[in-house]
Design a protein around this ligand. Structure first.
Ligand SMILES: Nc1ncnc2c1ncn2[C@@H]1O[C@H](COP(=O)(O)OP(=O)(O)OP(=O)(O)O)[C@@H](O)[C@H]1O
Ligand SMILES: Cc1ncsc1CCO
Ligand SMILES: [Mg+2]
Length: 268
C-alpha cells in the first residue's frame, strides 16, 4: 500500500477511535493545539503536573511533550511523564522548542530525548541544535535554517535515540534512520501563525495512537497539516483567519482528500 492510502486509513482510525492524547505543551500553544487535536478527531487533555502525569499516562493512548515555555516544575512533570511512557510502551512525541537558544533548554531537550521518544518533531534549527555538540545555534522558536540543512542531523538523531525524526518547514522531512520521505504542501503563511508546529506535535500523538508503524503515523500527521495548510491559505486574508481555518480544514479533511492531495516525495 502507498503512504497516501495508509495515511487515509489512519485518519479514519483516528475518527473511529478518538484516541485520548495527553499533551504537555506551552502556554502559547495550549488553546490552538487542543482545538486542532479535536478537529482531527481525537481527544486532547492538557495534563502536566508531576502529581498526576504518571496516573494519567496509564489511561492515555499517546503522550506529547513540548518544551516551549518550560520552568523547573514543568520539567519535573515532563521527565516523569516521559519515563512513564517509555516504561509502559505508550507512544510519545518530543518537540524540542527553541533547542539551542540557551544551555539549560538544550540540556532539558537532550535529557528528554535520552528517554527514547517514539517521535522527535521540530523545525530545522531545533533539530540541528539537538544533534550538534555546540550550543546556541538557534535564535528562538522560529527556524533560521532550511529543512534540507537538517537532514543529516535528523538521520543521526534517529539512529542515536531509536526515534522517528520529523523536520518541518517548506517541505517536511521524515526519517527513521534508513527510510525517508518528504511531504510537500502547506503555505509560507503558516509561519505567521504561532504554535502550528506545536499543534502538529499534538496531532502526531493522535496518529501514533492508532498506527501500526510510527513512521507511517508520522507521515499521516505531517500530510494532514500540509493539506489543511494548503486549503486554509487559499484566498486567505491573513494569519488570523489562517489560524482558525486550520481547525475547519482538519475537521473537513477526509480519507479521499488524504489519498488525492497528500504530496509525498520518495528519496530512495
Ligand atoms: N515555508 C513553508 N511553506 C509551507 N509550509 C510550511 C512552511 N513553513 C512551515 N510550514 C508548515 O507549517 C507547519 C508548522 O511547521 P513549522 O516548522 O513552522 O513549526 P515550528 O517552527 O515548530 O512552529 P511553532 O514553534 O510556531 O509551533 C508544518 O505543517 C509545516 O509543514
Ligand atoms: C512563541 C513561543 N514562545 C515559546 S513557545 C512559543 C510557541 C511557538 O513555539
Ligand atoms: Mg516549534
Amino acid at each position: 500500500m502507498q503512504y497516501a492510502d495508509i495515511s487515509a486509513e489512519l485518519l479514519e482510525r483516528v475518527r473511529a477511535r478518538a484516541p485520548l492524547v495527553q499533551c504537555i505543551t506551552n502556554f502559547v500553544a495550549m488553546d490552538i493545539a487542543a482545538n486542532l487535536v479535536l478537529a482531527i478527531g481525537a481527544s486532547p487533555a492538557m495534563v502536566h503536573a508531576k502529581e498526576e502525569v504518571e496516573e494519567f499516562a496509564a489511561i492515555a493512548s499517546a503522550l506529547t511533550i513540548n518544551i516551549g515555555t518550560i520552568a523547573p516544575e514543568w520539567v519535573e512533570g515532563m521527565s516523569l511523564a516521559a519515563s512513564t511512557a517509555s516504561r509502559i510502551g505508550l507512544p510519545w512525541v518530543l518537540d524540542p522548542v527553541a533547542c539551542g537558544a540557551t544551555r539549560w533548554r538544550t540540556q532539558v531537550a537532550r535529557e528528554l530525548a535520552a528517554k527514547r521518544p517514539t517521535l522527535i518533531r521540530g523545525n530545522a534549527s531545533e533539530i540541528l541544535a539537538l544533534q550538534a555538540d555546540r550550543e546556541t545555534t538557534t535564535r528562538g522558536v522560529d527556524s533560521t535554517d532550511p529543512v534540507e540543512r537538517a537532514q543529516t542531523a535528523a538521520r543521526a538523531l534517529a539512529k542515536t535515540y531509536g526515534a522517528i525524526v520529523a523536520v518541518t518547514g517548506a517541505t517536511d522531512f521524515v526519517t527513521d534512520g534508513s527510510r525517508e520521505l518528504g511531504i510537500e504542501g502547506g503555505d509560507p503563511l503558516m509561519t505567521k501563525v504561532t504554535a502550528l508546529g506545536c499543534s502538529l506535535t499534538a496531532v502526531s500523538g493522535a496518529f501514533l495512537a492508532v498506527g501500526d508503524s510510527a513512521f507511517e503515523s508520522t507521515v499521516a500527521a505531517l500530510a494532514s497539516f500540509k493539506i489543511a495548510g494548503s486549503r486554509s491559505a487559499l484566498n486567505c486574508p491573513g494569519p488570523g483567519t489562517l489560524r482558525w481555518r486550520m481547525a475547519d480544514e482538519l475537521h473537513r479533511l477526509d480519507a479521499a482528500a488524504m489519498r488525492s492531495e497528500a504530496r509525498l516525495l520518495s528519496y530512495a
